[in-house]
Design a protein around this ligand. Structure first.
Ligand code: OGA
Ligand code: MN
Length: 330
């Protein structure tokens, strides 16, 4: 009789402790460039305030988080994702299943059919093979994307990874003259660019046209949450034009930047295991899907996206006037 209250007291003390700290959450870096594996959390259960704080801090420090062995249905993924903020509604009505905040990143239909390589839903996946940051074609691009692995390539099959590149590090490593050159530039981002890459896709719908018209973002992004540090911010799957430059000069500059961000020292390549949940910070990373034999291997992910909260700021944005350090002379 005496043991029971003691145990109950210990449990209560532990529960209180968990509310205040998240010491059970482990953070193990995945490489030198970016990324960490997070242990100690079951994402099917809501976070405690301390856990949410720990996850937010890990996003800020590592930019990509991988949670292994998670078991999430669609509703649970939406509930988990919403803890980080309101979700984006995808403009592609035909690519979503059920609620439009959930997106099938798959070469398999919602009904389970392994789709032929010329199916539009498979061609959409190929657009992801180019370096990009999700929903940069929006005036307010996304905060984080969340992908949950349902079917992945078997061990030994080549490709199928997702590769990420750190835009803070890539910017820092640019030669001074390139930093000076791109400082005032903007790029046009537009959803319809995927049709230029793959003209066999059907034209964009009226719904897509009115929800995501072309927009412009600075090439150099300022991060007020990081002491107004600079990063690169661009895309190669939603545009290749630099505002105010001739097509030829702009495309040449764009190519140079795309090749720069591919340098291995900025990159981490994620080889997926089933039940991995990976989230990444689109504010500071680019990513691309590595090619694989789409006719042979089914590959199925479920994606949700947490919306961004403000337009992209550049070095000349009024909102950061006087707060951005001048560039050192080249
Ligand atoms: C995406 C994406 C990468 C992949 O869904 O936005 O880029 O590896 N996916 O499928
Ligand atoms: Mn993407």
């Amino acid at each position: 009789m005496s043991a029971t209250p003691a145990v109950a007291l210990d449990e209560a003390a532990e529960a209180t402790h968990r509310l205040e700290t998240a010491e059970h959450v482990t953070v193990t870096p995945l490489g030198n460039a970016l990324g960490a594996e997070i242990g100690g959390l079951d994402l099917a259960r809501p976070f405690t305030p301390a856990e949410l704080e720990a996850v937010r801090a890990a996003i800020q420090d590592h930019h990509l988080l991988c949670f292994r062995d998670q078991h999430l249905g669609s509703d649970e993924q939406v509930a988990f994702s919403t803890q980080l903020g309101p979700l984006e509604v995808f403009p592609e009505q035909d690519k979503t299943k059920g609620e439009s905040t959930v997106y099938n990143v798959a070469n398999v239909s919602p009904e389970g059919e392994h789709l032929p390589v010329d199916d539009h839903r498979v061609i959409y996946q190929k657009v992801n093979a180019r370096w990009h940051t999700d929903s940069s074609y929006r005036y307010i691009p996304s905060f984080v994307s969340i992908m949950y692995a349902i079917r992945v390539l078997p061990d030994g099959a080549s490709g199928g990874e997702t590769e990420y590149s750190n835009m803070l590090a890539a910017y820092d490593a640019l030669p001074d003259e390139m930093k000076a050159r791109i400082e005032p530039l903007h790029m046009v981002h537009y959803y319809e660019f995927g049709r230029r890459l793959f003209p066999e896709l059907p034209p964009v719908s009226h719904h897509e046209k009115v929800h995501v018209p072309p927009t412009c973002h600075p090439l150099v992004r300022i991060h007020p949450d990081r002491g107004c540090r600079r990063s690169l911010f661009f895309t190669t799957n939603a545009g290749n034009e630099v505002s105010g430059m001739t097509m030829e000069d702009g495309v040449a500059l764009h190519r140079k930047l795309a090749s720069h961000v591919s340098r291995p020292e900025f990159c981490y390549k994620h080889r997926w295991r089933p039940n991995d949940l990976v989230l990444w910070d689109n504010r500071v990373l680019m990513h691309r899907a590595k090619g694989y034999d789409m006719a042979r291997y089914p590959r199925v992910f479920r994606r949700t996206t947490v919306a961004g909260s403000e337009p992209i700021l550049g070095p000349y944005s009024q909102a950061v006037e006087g707060k951005v350090r001048p560039l050192t002379a080249a």
